[in-house]
Design a protein around this ligand. Structure first.
Ligand code: RP5
Length: 155
């Protein structure tokens, strides 16, 4: 299964590329697309409604400001949605965080930290790894290497 990485603007890609990189390192197939809830609402609906039949197992949605794309997409599919609040100039990303995290009961969005795109990629991989042993082994290896780096760090 694939992970879809969508974002409200090309300006989000500097952050969202961290999810792309971690998933590519783990060998996960991805699709990436700029989809905005307010600038391309028809595209957003089309994407969300066809996600499951297109073989998408997890959707990562990054947006800043009035960041409604993750919640609206989640309302149109049962494919799990992970939201990434993008840091903003005006409010530091608190606007994005609160827009994404406060989903009313019934339509969940797993919300990461502000700019937490790398963790979104890892979390998506962990979901797919529940039914993919090879991917689970790669995640175990990633954790081992991460631990080793901390143990070997000098200050
Ligand atoms: C949101 O507005 C995007 O997700 C982006 O974080 C923010 C600013 O977009 P641009 O004006 O840089 O295109 O829709």
């Amino acid at each position: 299964m694939k992970v879809a990485i969508i974002m409200g603007s090309t300006s989000d890609y500097e952050i969202m590329s961290q999810a792309v990189n971690v998933l590519e390192d783990l060998g996960v197939e991805i699709v990436k697309k700029v989809i905005s809830a307010h600038r391309t609402p028809d595209l957003m609906c089309e994407f969300a409604k066809s996600a499951k039949e297109n073989g998408i197992g997890v959707i990562i949605a990054g947006a800043g400001g009035a960041a409604h794309v993750a919640g609206v997409v989640a309302g149109m599919t049962t494919v799990p949605v992970i939201g990434v609040p993008i840091q903003t100039k005006a409010l530091g990303g608190m606007d994005s965080l609160l827009s994404i995290v406060q989903m009313p009961a019934g339509i969940p969005v797993a919300t990461m930290a502000i700019n937490g795109s790398k963790n979104a990629g890892l979390f998506a991989a962990q979901i797919l790894a529940l039914t993919d042993e090879a991917l689970a082994a790669k995640l175990d290896q990633f954790r081992k290497e991460q631990t080793q780096k901390v143990l070997e760090a000098t200050i």
